[in-house]
Write a protein that binds this ligand. Structure first.
Ligand code: OSB
Ligand code: MG
Length: 377
């Protein structure tokens, strides 16, 4: 639960969904593929006291997780939004319970919850960061760097981000693009804070290759094995000196509890979408903090909506490692908010206005919209 006062109830009248296509400034390649356009769903909750915005962070294809844009689009309209409209008057803290009869679809639930939370907090004039329990007004900014054509191109890309001031570099790896890529970055930039993300691309058969990464003094290796490989991650973690961090596997508070009990991870990446919302993210933060396990805020190439909320979450005290909270310009030439997140001395500011603390740019939003629907009772 939020460490502060509960938010006010809202009376929900309608929910608007939009599929957006936002061109990326450069292609983003991970072990599961390359994206050149971010396809994402934006949510507008219309209440009797005003509106609120959320973001459903699914991607075009079910590669990072089983969720994907048009599955989200369908389940939201067919089941999840009708359940909220039926409940009609409820507090943001009630959303997860109202949606619980629907199994899975956590990114969709998280996006809907955020829109309701934003509406409730805006109506109360309360900033999201304060509500979640933020203890900082800025958060350190790390950057996630996709797989490049070759290690030399990777060194060029990393050098440009370091020159911009990013305080931590994460490079994506996959079989065949791991040890040499990591060595190239270490050789070029010495002891910078560096970590790698495999996005589930390995199996325990690769244990010797993964152990070779130990010599690079990485902050962590993120999600080397598959989402449901908690036991194998524990086996791997016992063998590696590099701390194992889980991303895809941590789908809920329960999964986080299991992972810690099994020794599958010594660091946790918290992504609100993946776990079903910012409130579940806070609960995982609290669990890890009590267990002495460091957490950091992951990203899903968020628009200005999710980026503002991520900054608020990352300002909680247990977020002791820099998150994937880069400036909007790392991904987009034109964001859909009027004041996109910028990098200032390697940090991003936690918005202080009511709710998300960012305003939508209606023209940019319309230009990015490829599908729109409104669901009402
Ligand atoms: O694994 O952290 C990941 C983007 C999409 C899907 C999965 C991941 C990522 C990133 C980008 O690494 C993080 C960001 O938004 O900056
Ligand atoms: Mg990851």
């Amino acid at each position: 639960m939020p460490v502060t006062e509960p938010a006010a109830s809202v009376t929900l009248e309608a929910v608007e969904l939009r599929v957006l296509h936002l061109p990326l400034v450069s292609p983003f390649t991970t072990s599961f593929g390359t994206e050149t356009v971010r396809e994402v769903i934006v949510v507008r909750a219309r209440t009797t006291d005003g509106e609120g915005w959320g973001e459903i962070v699914t991607q075009h294809e079910p590669s990072y997780s089983s969720e994907y844009t048009h599955g989200a689009w369908d389940v939201a309209q067919r089941f999840l939004i009708p359940a909220l409209l039926e409940a009609r008057t409820f507090a943001p803290e009630d959303v997860a319970g109202i949606l619980e009869p629907v199994i899975g679809h956590r990114m969709v639930k998280g996006g809907l919850e955020l829109a309701v939370l934003d509406a409730a907090l805006r109506a109360q004039g309360r900033p999201l960061g304060q509500y979640l329990g933020a203890v900082r007004d800025r958060v350190p900014s790390g950057v996630s760097v996709g797989i490049q054509h070759d290690p030399a191109a990777l060194v060029d890309a990393v050098g440009a981000y370091l020159a911009e001031g990013y305080v931590r570099i994460k490079i994506k790896i996959k079989p065949g693009r791991d040890v040499a890529d990591t060595a190239a970055v270490r050789d070029a930039f010495g002891g910078i804070p560096l970590q790698v993300d495999a996005n589930s691309a390995y199996t325990l058969a690769d244990i010797d290759t993964l152990a070779e990464l130990d010599r690079f003094d990485l902050l962590l290796i993120e999600q080397p094995l598959q989402e449901d490989d908690l036991v194998d991650h524990a086996t791997l973690a016992r063998r590696l000196r590099t701390p194992v961090c889980l991303d895809e596997s941590i789908v809920s508070l329960k999964a986080a509890r299991d992972a810690l009990a099994l020794g599958s991870a010594s660091v946790v990446n918290i992504k609100a979408g993946r776990v079903g919302g910012y409130l579940e993210g806070v609960r995982i933060h609290d669990l890890c903090r009590d267990a002495g396990v460091p957490v950091w805020c992951g990203g899903m190439l968020e628009t200005g909506i999710g980026r503002a909320a991520n900054a608020a979450l990352a300002a909680l005290p247990g977020f002791t490692l820099p998150g994937d909270i880069s400036a909007s310009s790392r991904f987009y030439t034109r964001d859909i908010v009027t004041e996109p997140a910028v990098l200032e001395d390697g940090q991003v500011r936690v918005p202080t206005g009511p709710g998300l603390g960012v305003e939508i740019d209606p023209v940019a939003l319309d230009e990015a919209t490829v599908e729109r629907v409104e669901v009402r009772t």
